[in-house]
Design a binder for this molecule. Structure first.
Ligand SMILES: [Fe+2]
Length: 201
């Protein structure tokens, strides 16, 4: 199957959102996001309940993030929503598993294939604790809607809200607690195994 116009709309939205950011840590990721490669793979569709939290998140978003949220909301039923953890892994709670998911747009497995960068949207429902974990890749979260208390490395826990950028260096433990609304984040990974399952503890 060839790439569809509406897939390209999503790709453009994801690329353009990163490229227009002015945060210096996002600048580190721009060469890779501007050069995502030319391959596209049909990854199919997969549903998760978290996808349905997008609509509320649009209401709670801000003017800088609303366009991207609306683009994802239009595409949500044709995306491949996934989770990195399973109940039997015992690393995250049932509350988290019931209300979280992510849709990757650029990455090692596609749909837009890149060996250099991973980019997509993550959704975490209200009152979720994402325990501290770490991975080799350095990471950016850009908060699109909602807020969470982030704990990054040795830094004090700090609230980050829509429009904020959170940078996590390679192998630094990080985690967060969402508040009473869904948290939606745009994530970027680079410089590490782009499909690594995080280490906990
Ligand atoms: Fe992470």
């Amino acid at each position: 199957m060839s790439v569809q116009i509406n897939d390209l709309e999503l790709l453009d939205a994801v690329r353009d959102f990163a490229l227009k950011q002015t945060h210096p840590m996002v600048d580190k990721f721009k060469p890779a996001i501007d050069d995502w490669g030319n391959d596209w793979i049909d990854v199919g569709q997969a549903y998760l309940p978290a996808a349905n939290l997008l609509q509320d998140a649009i209401v709670n978003g801000n003017p800088q993030t609303r366009d991207l949220l609306e683009t994802f909301a239009r595409h949500k039923d044709r995306l491949y929503w996934e989770q990195s953890y399973k109940k039997e892994d015992g690393v995250v709670s049932d509350v988290m598993l019931a209300a979280y998911g992510f849709a990757e747009i650029i990455g090692k497995r596609g749909p837009f294939v890149s060996e250099r960068i991973r980019a997509g949207l993550g959704i975490y429902g209200p009152d979720i604790v994402y325990p501290r974990h770490r991975h080799q890749a350095e990471e950016i979260y850009i908060i699109l809607a909602g807020s969470a208390e982030f704990k990054i490395g040795a830094d004090a826990e700090a609230r980050r809200s829509a429009g904020d950028v959170v940078y996590v260096a390679s192998d630094i433990p990080h985690g967060f607690r969402t508040n009473d609304k869904s948290l939606v984040i745009y994530y970027l990974w680079q410089a590490g195994d782009l499909r690594q399952i995080s280490n906990f503890g």
